[in-house]
Design a protein around this ligand. Sequence first.
Ligand code: NAP
Length: 299
Amino acid sequence: MWSIDDVPSQAGRVAVVTGASAGIGFATAKALAERGCHVVLAVRDPARGADAAARIGGSTAVTRLDLAALDSIRSAATRLIGEYPRIDLLINNAGTWSATRAETRDGFELQFGVNHLGHFAFTGLILGTMLATPASRIVTVSSVSHRGGAVDLSDLPMLETYRHTAAYARSKLANLLFAFELQRRLAAAGAVTASLAAHPGGVWTGLFRGANPALLVNTLGRLVTQSPERGALATLRAATDPAATGGQYYGPGGMGELRGAPKPVRAIAKAHDEALARELWAESERLTGVEYGPTLRPA
Ligand SMILES: NC(=O)c1ccc[n+]([C@@H]2O[C@H](COP(=O)([O-])OP(=O)(O)OC[C@H]3O[C@@H](n4cnc5c(N)ncnc54)[C@H](OP(=O)(O)O)[C@@H]3O)[C@@H](O)[C@H]2O)c1
């Protein structure tokens, strides 16, 4: 059974973790720092990031990254690639869930904009440094709820069709379409970088507290879910398991994949739809203005 003790030494390595000031991202950053990794906490609120860094200890830095704003994404990427000649790990962890329809600063539906487009753009902008870092990995965090997702490229704004569960599920399916397509393109290019995916199962974090404020729901929620530390294990396995080569998807091995030690899990067939993944990629490049360039042509 894979456990935290299986995370090998990360000494000399650099990781960037999005959404590292809270929840599963914080637990992921802490575990990596405890293994000797230099961890950049890429967070939308630098004060909360600094507080998180103080609680983590070890070698950390905080950089501002608001995934709901393309100018913030560009600035963060420029700072990072200017400062770090190597980036071994990118953990695309940050996520948002909004009960009512909202938009990013650039006018994208919020959950699709932050969870997918923001990470798509950020990854593309720092990829050059990762391609120059041997054995680098990009881990994108999805969810069991991707199973209920559908990506309709003709209705990305969801102006008339918005339901928060559908919008969240769509963003998490997009995370997997991206992670698997990125791996196909990296492999075709013979890159030293691998793309993998993970999901944490059920973890009672700020993501749900905001959506379900009732005390009873909170209490029940805590009972059926696992801790952020346990939730981070699938991400940590994707990031560090020497047996993983790219394209793997890890999640908790218990009932319904809600809790338990991480193991390889299956995504729905739609997540492996290569035609849809290519279309989503092209649309994501168009919307964000971030082009991955000739190195990563469709496989
Ligand atoms: N909790 C679960 O059961 C569960 C299940 C499946 C998948 N997931 C996934 O796990 C990941 C982590 O979620 P979590 O449960 O740890 O939730 P969380 O405690 O709410 O943490 C989410 C993190 O994302 C950050 N974030 C939100 N919007 C952002 C933005 N615009 N720019 C940059 N960062 C932003 C938050 O920043 P602030 O600290 O500033 O709010 C926070 O640090 C997400 O991708 C989520 O979809 C969670």
